[in-house]
Design a protein around this ligand. Sequence first.
Ligand SMILES: [Zn+2]
Length: 442
Amino acid sequence: MSEVLALTGGTVIDVRTGAQRRNATVLIEGGRIAAISVGENTPESARTVDATGMWLLPGLMDMHAHITGGPNVRKDKLHHLYLAYGVTTVRDTGGNLTLLRLLRNRIESGSHIGPRVFFAGPLLDGATPVWPAMSIMVDTPERARSAVEFLASQGVDFIKIYNWVPEASLQVILDTAHRLGLRVTGHVPRTITMTRAIQLGMDCLEHIRITGRELLPSDEADRIDSLPVARRETLLWERFELESEQMQRLIRLVADSRVFFDPTLLVDSALSLDGYAIDTEHPANADVPEAVRQAFAREERPPIFDSSEVNLETARNGFRKRQRLVQMLHEAGARLLAGTDCFGLGKQLPGLGLQHELALLVDSGLSPLAALQAATVTAADALGQSEILGTIEPGKLADIVLVEADPLSDIQNARRVRMVVKAGRVYEAATLREQGRSTPSG
Ligand SMILES: [Zn+2]
C-alpha cells in the first residue's frame, strides 16, 4: 500500500465558490486526493504535514508559457521556481517538440524538478512565419491537414496557431484537430477578425489580439495590422472605442461562444509599459544563478518586440483600455485564463510571473477569487483536464499550494507560498528557492 499523506489544520479554499473549510484534513494517497474532512481524521500510519494557519489552494496553472529555449538551456535552471511560486502546471504554447517531450519525461521521472507540462510543440504559421525555427508552415490547406495529423501522432496536447495562418488553412486545422480530439488555441491571425476566428471554431484565444480589420476602416487596418507588436497594439488601442457598438458585439460573442480567453496582461505590460526592459534589479533575482542572470540581462530582444517608436503615454493608456476590456469580458461571463508568455528575470520569473498576472487581473477589476479561477478551475477546463486538475477534491491529482495568508482577501497573499504539493510530493518553497542560489554557475 502506498504512503498516506495528511495535510492537517489548514483552510481549504473551494475555488468554484470561494467557500473556505477551516481546520480541514486532506488525505493524499497515490498522488491523488483521497478524502477531505473537517477536524482531526488522520490515520495512524499517515505522514502528517501541519498546515495550521495556512490556506490551501489548487495548484496554479500558467496557461501561456514557453519553457524550453532551443539551445538556451538556462531555462532548465529555473523550472523549479514555478513550484516555489505555486505553479504546478504550465501549458507550453509553442516550442521544440523533442525538447518538450524530453523535458516532460525528465520531470515525470523525477530527475528534474518542474511543473506538469502540457504542450503544443511547434507553432503553425503561414508563408511568412514569425518564428521560423519553431514553426511549421501551413500555407496550404493540404499542409495544414498533414501538420495537424503529424502533431497528433506525436502526442501533442493541443494545437497552437500563429499570426499568418490563412483562413483556408485555419478551417482545415480546426476540422482536423477537432476530429482528432485536439483543441486549437493561438493568436487571431492578422489576416482575419477575432469575430471570424471565433466563428470558425477556435477553442481559445491568446493575448488580446483584436485585429485592426475588426474595428477600423480597411485602409487603416492594412497599414497597422502588420506592424511589430508593440507599435501595432499601441496604434490600435489608441483607436479602439470600448463603448462602440462593434466592441460590445465582440464582447458578447466572446462570452456567448464560450471560447477561452487568455489575455496575458503581463507580456503586454512588458511590451507597452517598459519596452520589454529586463527586470535586472528585482529582489527575487537573488534566487537566479548568477550566470543565468547575466545571460538573461545580455539577451537581445527580437525585432518584433521593437518599441523604439512607441509613445509611452499612449501605450499606457492603451494598456489601461485592455485591462478595462478584460473587466468587461469578465462581467459579460467570458471564460478568462491566466497566462504570462514571459520567462525571464524579476516580474517575469517562472511562477512569479503568474503571480503578477493574477495581480494584473485584480487590478483590471476582477475579484481575487475570479483571478484565481482563471489560473485553476477554468484553466483545467481549457486543458480538458477538469477530471484531474483545477480544484481540491477527492479523486483529483494532489496539486496543492499552501500559502501563509488568505489569498481571497488580498491576491498578494497567493505568492506567500510556504509549501507546494505536486502529485502528492511535498516541496518547501524556501528550499526550492535556495536551490537556485546554490546552483553553481555555468
Ligand atoms: Zn507565447
